[in-house]
Write a protein that binds this ligand. Structure first.
Ligand code: 13P
Length: 274
């Protein structure tokens, strides 16, 4: 999925899911638009739903899908959780050790890459820090990826893709959030490597297009899904105070997510690439 996106200059959407409805909405939008898609679960989502429950939902739906679906661990904080997901059948894991010194981040990433290879799975690593809050991940200030370190990391780690810190932030927009495209361009020129943009909710379509031109092939979206879901539920319940069938209520949220995901897939230029 990733090398093809890199060659053909589009990005694959990586959407965070937490339950049946979010997973259905993401996969059905990808199917409708004949787009490849990445369904990702954070450690907190796995804790919330119960590991086996959420894994069963995402792997089951991915297997039945009519388009390629990668099931990915988002922001794994330890070798153990990455191993657990690979054993369960995930086709990709992220190991987020960006707070460790460079040498430790590199050596542990190498360790995970070795294990992932046994499963034919991919590995996403991270260099530099992403601001904001995303489940168990929290940073108040940006740490921009160092270009020299990125070169060494992609040459030595064996990772499939690299998440970069270019001023991007998880969650709702932050006052000091600003994408440094000059840094992204330097990283891309120096590494020629597929890159990941985290915290892409509410990023303008023009900025997304620019990022894709500069080698971003995987784009993470969580907050826009949560906002669509919660807004739709509030509206639905306000408009229908007598409805108590939970499927109707949650169904309104599922539909809202479907539309958000379809819109992102179109911006990412992956329509018809399945
Ligand atoms: P947003 O919540 O800002 O969309 O970020 C999602 C993300 O990067 C998941 O790792």
């Amino acid at each position: 999925m990733i090398p093809q996106a890199y060659r053909q200059h589009y990005a694959v959407g990586a959407f965070n899911v937490t339950n049946i409805e979010t997973t259905q909405a993401v996969i059905s939008a990808a199917e409708e638009l004949k787009s490849p898609v990445i369904v990702q679960t954070s450690e907190k989502a796995l804790d919330y739903a119960g590991f086996d429950n959420l894994v069963g939902i995402v792997l089951g739906m991915a297997k039945k899908s009519t388009v390629p679906v990668v099931v990915h661990l988002d922001h794994g904080r330890s070798v153990d959780i990455a191993k657990k997901c690979l054993t369960a059948g995930y086709s990709s894991v992220m190991i987020d050790l960006n707070k460790l010194p460079f040498a430790d981040n590199l050596s542990r990433t190498i360790e995970i890459v070795k294990i992932a290879k046994q499963y034919g799975a991919s590995v996403e690593a991270e260099l530099g820090g992403i601001m904001g809050r995303e489940d168990y991940v929290k940073n108040s200030a940006p740490r921009l990826t160092d270009v020299g370190e990125a070169v060494q990391f992609v040459q030595r780690s064996g990772a499939t893709v690299l998440a970069v810190g270019i001023g991007n932030a998880h969650g709702v927009p932050m006052a000091n959030e600003k994408l440094h495209f000059d840094i992204l361009e330097k990283i891309q020129k120096a590494t020629n490597f597929p890159l990941v943009l985290h915290g892409a909710s509410s990023t303008a379509a023009s900025e997304i297009t620019k990022a894709i031109r500069l080698g971003v092939v995987k784009i993470n979206i969580d907050t826009d899904i949560r906002l669509a879901f919660s807004t739709a539920l509030r509206k639905f319940m306000h408009a229908n105070p007598d409805i108590y069938d939970t499927r109707e209520i949650i169904g309104a949220g599922r539909e809202a997510i479907y539309h958000v995901v379809a819109k992102k897939i179109s911006i990412f230029n992956s329509i018809g690439k399945a």
